[in-house]
Design a protein around this ligand. Sequence first.
Ligand SMILES: Nc1ncnc2c1ncn2[C@@H]1O[C@H](COP(=O)(O)OP(=O)(O)OP(=O)(O)O)[C@@H](O)[C@H]1O
Ligand SMILES: [Mg+2]
Length: 171
Amino acid sequence: MHNAKRTKVIYPGTFDPLTNGHLDLIARTAKIVDELLVAVLRNSDKSEKGPALFTYLEREQMLREATAEIPNVSVTTFDGLMVEFARTQGARAILRGIRAVSDYEYELQMAMMNRKLAPEIETLFMIPGERYTYVSSRLVKGAFELGGDVSTMVPPNVMERLKRKSLGKSS
Ligand SMILES: Nc1ncnc2c1ncn2[C@@H]1O[C@H](COP(=O)(O)OP(=O)(O)OP(=O)(O)O)[C@@H](O)[C@H]1O
Ligand SMILES: [Mg+2]
């Protein structure tokens, strides 16, 4: 049976910064859904990971630039309860990525909690391309700060911003 309803999926995350792993997931998902809304969490010092490297506006901007060519992908920011935001956006599902077993436990727990809070919204798990299974924002930041070449792990616009940040720091 043909379903005339448009399928809108939300991809929440910190994206501090956006990596090629995130972009891989975005590209794969954009191919199979009508609309993909990438939602940047506006967490700041409240985060358990400590303060973000990039402001949420910078993180949103980098995502906008990197997804500009994909017509059914849009970018926004949010705060507060994610499933509530997903509801207000009319999303049918939440996109999350699983790199390794280490992601699974946390993601499963969160998916179950979200299902409890919003039973009508499903969680969709995507597996990245093999070459991105080790890429995370945290590791990219760590390697870059120690002088590592992360240019194959992030899009060019993120690479530029990382360089500008580090110039700003050392001068
Ligand atoms: N390389 C990747 N492959 C598949 N999924 C990914 C990848 N990087 C992130 N994700 C998924 O994207 C979602 C949002 O992730 P998040 O913004 O926390 O990025 P992250 O790279 O995990 O950052 P951090 O290292 O700060 O936790 C999560 O579901 C995460 O598992
Ligand atoms: Mg993470």
